[in-house]
Design a protein. Structure first.
Length: 365
């Protein structure tokens, strides 16, 4: 097959952008939205993996295995990494461990993909300190969950994030997960997006599609740089079709090929394929999220891919351990059905051509 290359040069501010595409091997496993930054200026896009934190037999952070896991995820095409998220069990590690986890991920990523670092701490001052530390390490932005344990009013949530946004040196994405923390209401998101340049996006794990639509409709005309990410894997494709820029999805730490393929199918306009893949993702997500103590099911999924990342820091009863063993076989089978997507899902030439034409039009405008 002949090699077809498209080389694009474009001056943006003081920087020269050069993108080269090799369409001879243009599969979903190698195609990256990073090649098309002009379509979504300054936004954090694609699938960012909220990576599991490996622990050794003594319950310590397994740094060597974490580095290997980061490489594996990047090699399989994730668009970014999200250490210290819910899947990374940030509340179960010390502040010192959390900083070390981010440092390792940033170092190992080595600029290959951006890092969105979870920076939530138990109080606003500690959170600001963590944000600045992660910015100094080289994180692209931080993700901050709304205050947990004490449930705050909408005005209290606004005041919390406003205080952070006014005092940090790194971009902030809001993290709405009402299952575990104070909810971030739509009006609060709109208010923060309007008033705080440092607030550059939201990760929404509520799975509430109408609210995602409301946020996009209200904020996009005001902030073209504002990022909308979905953290609820069961509605990944519908959220992307509705206009979300990407996702931070726990299943991407197990089957990054599948979540990537869903995202790329939507980007290329192949909605039928995106929904077919979404229905393939759904039973795996349901099996993993329902197993034991979260995120034990996703650790089981990682084992299906050859990654023994330890048992986490929450003790399991013998009954729970038996349930994990039984469900492991189900997860193994589900993972086996989708693990080879990087070889079987090839982007059709017409989809590639549409993307190239879109970029060329943007460069010519």
């Amino acid at each position: 097959m002949s090699l077809f290359r498209v080389t694009v040069q474009h001056h943006c501010s003081a920087a020269l952008f050069l993108a080269t595409f090799s369409l001879a091997t243009f599969s979903l496993a190698t195609f990256s939205l990073a090649a098309f930054p002009l379509a979504m200026p300054n936004r954090i896009t694609g699938i960012l993996t909220p990576n599991i934190t490996p622990v050794d037999d003594r319950g310590r952070v397994d740094e060597e295995r974490l580095r290997g896991y980061v490489d594996w995820l990047i090699e399989r095409g994730v668009d970014g990494l999200y250490p210290n998220g819910s899947t990374g069990e940030f509340v179960r590690f010390t502040a010192e461990e959390r900083r070390r986890i981010v440092q390792i991920v940033v170092e190992q990523a080595g600029g290959r993909v951006p890092v969105l670092a979870g920076a939530a701490e138990a109080n606003v001052k500690a959170t600001i300190d963590a944000c600045d530390a992660y910015g100094a390490m080289g994180a692209r932005a931080v993700a901050i969950v709304a205050p947990f344990y004490y449930r705050l009013s909408s005005e209290g949530v606004y005041a919390y994030f406003r205080e952070i946004a006014d005092h940090v040196s790194i971009d902030v994405t809001l993290y709405n997960i009402p299952l575990f923390a104070s909810p971030i209401e739509v009006d609060t998101v709109i208010r923060l997006a309007s008033e705080c340049p440092r607030v550059v996006g939201i990760k929404d794990s509520s799975g509430d599609l109408p609210n995602m639509l409301r946020m996009i409709a209200a904020i996009r005309p005001l902030r073209d740089d504002f990022t909308f990410l979905t953290g609820w894997d069961a509605s990944l494709a519908p959220m992307l079709i509705a206009g979300a820029d990407g996702g931070t999805n726990a299943t991407s730490g197990v089957v990054p090929e599948l979540t990537r393929a869903i995202h790329r199918s939507v980007v290329s306009g192949n909605i039928k394929e995106a929904m077919r893949l979404q229905y393939q993702l759904l039973p795996l997500f349901d099996a993993m999220i329902s197993l034991g103590e979260f995120p034990e099911g996703f650790r089981a999924g990682a084992r299906s891919r050859g990654w023994n990342l330890g048992s986490g820091r929450v003790p399991l009863s013998e009954q729970q351990k038996d349930a994990v063993a039984r469900t492991q076989r189900e997860i193994d089978n589900l993972v086996a059905e989708v693990a080879d997507l990087d070889e079987t899902l090839v982007m059709p030439p017409e989809a590639i051509e549409k993307i190239v034409q879109r970029v060329m039009r943007q460069l010519g405008s």
